[in-house]
Structure formats: C-alpha cells, structure tokens
Design a protein around this ligand. Structure first.
Ligand SMILES: Nc1ncnc2c1ncn2[C@@H]1O[C@H](COP(=O)(O)OP(=O)(O)OP(=O)(O)O)[C@@H](O)[C@H]1O
Ligand SMILES: [Mg+2]
Length: 413
C-alpha cells in the first residue's frame, strides 16, 4: 500500500446506531477514513459506485436486498473493493454464501474494535494492491484476479448474443435453453429479447404480456437495480430473469441501439451472463448487441442458404474487427443423413463448429408448444445433449478470454 493512503471504508447497516458506533470507532484510526454510509443493500451498491471505497463493512439482514446479494453485485462491478461481512449469526451456511459472493472476511457481531480494525487493514491492503495491479499491468493483467470456490472474483458479466443472418435456424431455441442451463446460484443469467418486433422469448417460457424492454428504454440514464428488477420477468422454474420484447410490434421503435447498449451494459453488472436473442435482420439494435458482446453464438443448419449467410456474416464480423475466437459457430437441426457435414462446413468457412445440436423435433417442438424450455428435463435427449455441449463451450471460451486478460471488448478499445 502506498504509505499515506488512507483506507476508505463504506459502512452498510440498516440500524442507525450500529452505523454510528462503527463510524465513531473508526474516527480514532489515523489510517482509516469513512467514505460513506448506506442503510440498505441497494443503497450500498449505488454509494459504492459513487464513492469507490477500499473496504465495505456489510451487514447481512437488510430491508430490500440482503448483504450477500449486494456483495455479489458490488464485487462484479468493482472487483478491487473488498467486503467484510458483519453478521449477528455465526452460521456456516451464511459464511459459505458470503465467501461465494466474493466477501473477503466474515466477522460476528458485536465484534470487538481491534478485531474489526485488523480485518479492515487486511482488506484495505488487498484492495489497494488490487488497484495497483490493475493500474500497473494494463496489457496483460489477468482479468478477474483470484478465484475461490469456483467463483471468479471480479469478472464482469458476459454478454452473449445469439444471432443468425438466416431466420428460423434456432436462435431463440438456443438462447432460451442455454440461459436455463447456465443459470445457477453462482452465475445468474439474464435473457434479453432483442428481437424487438416479433420477439418470442416470452412465449417460449409462457410468460407473455408482462413488462418489456420498452419500459426500460426511456430510463436508460437512470437505471438502478430496483428499476431493472421491476421490469425483468422472473421465470420461476429456471430462475432465469427475462427482459421481454415489447408485446406489440409497433413499439419496437421505442428502443434505440444506443439504449439497448446501455441496458446490456447495466445488466452485465448484475448478472454473470446476459444472453441476447436477436432477429435475423441486422438492425441498429442487433449491431449494438453484437458490439456489446463478449461472445457471439452463430447457429447454422445444413442448408446452403444458411451456410452462405453465415459466411457473409463472418466476413462482416471481420470487417467490424471482431476476432474469430469470439464466435461460437453451432450446427443446429443436425441430421446425419444430410451430406453437408459440420466438418465440411467448418472447413469451407474456416470456422470451427463448436457444438452440434441434432434435429430433435420430439423434444424441441413439444417444448415450445407447451411454453416450457426443454432443459434441464431433456438433458438426456439428443437436443439436450447438444445444449449441454454448447454450454460447456461457452464456459470454456469465457475462461479462455479471461485468462487472456481480454474478456472485455470495451476495455480493450
Ligand atoms: N434442434 C432442433 N430440432 C428440431 N426442431 C428445432 C430445433 N431447433 C429449432 N427447432 C425448431 O425450428 C423452429 C425455429 O426455431 P427458433 O424459433 O428457435 O428459430 P429462430 O432462429 O429464433 O427463428 P426466428 O428467425 O423466427 O427468430 C422452431 O419451430 C423450433 O421448434
Ligand atoms: Mg427467434
């Protein structure tokens, strides 16, 4: 730590007296400074962004969002910020969840002054050395830093757009089922329907007619967790949060490319994966989503028009400066009787086919007509195995990009 730099602390607790007691205690430490105070999890996220503290002292039980969820949200946006959880319960389960969310330390309340101060100092040293590392090693800094218990600290959420220049090849099918498979307690998934005119993600999960992206568009410059949570549809069976397309096609034009980009940028701060479904027509919105993406999933079928359109699109991506390793080329509706094989397509387009999803009408068509994603139930069926293969490739590609320190296209520009 650079000598003379005070450790800046944010105190988060819903009880005024607790906040004040901690603040008074810290007043006596010459190397510590209170950078702010927050009363709720949501307030903590906002104040942390504004004040950019080194250390956050975080209560667990708070009225709106609990301290663990807030920790996860803050750590994904501000990887250098270190969180020390203060809990009334000395509960193993809480402790484990806190660590998974990216907390640095866990103290039981009421904690003695000395114990608290040394935890702050330890966390402060780490925060400041994380910041120094990022500043010093710009070109090759390993994004994300330390990984613990399978949770990649500090990694920003990844935007993954599913796009095909040919319609009807399975973008929505892939986007929906991939979202279901990638979503779990540690990696929360948002599914965005950017097929603004005739998007049907909500129909795939039988949640139509609710809020949509058109409700967020006018508020893109004042987004906060609360506004976003209000608009997202929570798909109960899978836990995936869905940002639906406007329910009427004439409302599509209410969302501009610029607004969509801002929405995706915000969502990636709260979700580990933001999966974007698109229409085959290349609109401003689709280009904005592609531009915002860490990965692009490009499905093709074994039909010449689809293969040729894919080739044209790969050429366009090259012109846009998108590297080939950001594209996951997928063969959908694969039928082994057709002699346009994945190998031949890959060779012709000079783009590896990373996953093959068989033609499996029994699984896929039934699911869409029932409005129930076929994952995870049909994981043993041909289409289900294909989706699992794709999910593995997504995870592997994300880790590879992170290891390259290049996970974020925006940061590299
Ligand atoms: N692997 C598969 N096996 C059988 N049927 C499939 C498979 N994948 C998709 N389908 C079917 O193909 C049709 C088109 O799929 P989907 O709607 O996902 O494509 P899309 O690319 O999103 O289309 P659009 O351009 O209309 O948005 C649907 O009827 C779907 O059930
Ligand atoms: Mg579609």
């Amino acid at each position: 730590m650079a000598s003379g730099d005070k450790i800046r602390v944010l105190i988060v607790d819903d009880v005024t007296e607790t906040r004040e007691n901690i603040r008074k205690l810290l007043q006596f430490e010459s190397d510590v400074e209170v950078a702010g105070m927050a009363r709720t999890g949501k307030e903590a996220i906002q104040i942390s962004l504004d004040a950019n503290p080194d250390v956050i002292l975080m209560d667990i039980n708070m009225p709106d969002m609990d301290g663990i969820a807030a920790t996860e949200a803050i750590r994904s946006r501000q990887p250098a910020v270190q969180v020390v959880i203060l809990s009334v319960q000395n509960d193993q389960n809480y402790m484990r969840r806190a660590m998974l969310a990216g907390a640095r330390d866990f103290l039981t309340k009421p904690s003695v002054g000395d114990e608290l101060i040394s935890a702050i100092r330890r966390a402060g040293v780490i925060a400041q050395s994380e910041r120094a590392k990022v500043a010093a090693a710009q070109p090759v800094a390993p994004a994300g830093g330390v990984a613990s218990a399978g949770f990649s600290y500090g990694a920003r959420g990844k935007v993954i757009t599913v796009y095909s220049p040919k319609g009807g090849v399975g973008c929505t099918t892939l986007a929906v089922n991939l979202a279901v498979v990638l979503n779990n307690d540690d990696t929360r998934v948002a599914l965005v329907d950017a097929n603004l005119q005739f998007g049907n993600v909500a129909i795939f999960v039988n949640e139509q007619g609710k809020n949509s992206i058109a409700d967020l568009a006018p508020r893109v410059d004042e987004l906060d967790v609360e506004i976003v949570e209000e608009v997202m549809i929570k798909h109960a069976a899978s836990g995936v949060h869905i940002l639906a397309a406007p329910s009427r096609p004439e409302n599509a034009e209410k969302v501009t490319g610029d607004q969509l980009a801002k929405i995706l940028e915000f969502l990636r701060q709260i979700y580990a994966y933001v999966i974007v479904d698109t229409s085959s027509y290349l609109t401003d919105n689709t280009l904005a989503a592609i531009d915002e993406s860490d990965l692009i999933i490009l499905p093709t079928t074994q039909e010449i028009p689809s293969v040729i359109s894919s080739q044209l699109f790969l050429g366009l991506l090259q012109t846009l400066g998108t590297e080939r390793e950001r594209v996951l080329f997928v063969m959908n509706r694969f039928d082994k009787r057709i002699n346009i094989t994945p190998e031949r397509v890959a060779e012709n387009l000079k783009q590896e086919v990373v996953a093959i999803i068989p033609l499996d009408e029994q699984t896929v068509v039934k699911a869409v007509n029932q409005g129930v994603p076929f994952m995870p139930e049909s994981r043993g069926q041909p289409a289900g195995r294909g989706i699992l293969q794709l999910a593995e490739k997504v995870r592997a590609r994300v880790s590879a990009l992170e290891a390259d320190g290049e996970a974020d296209r925006k940061d590299r520009r």
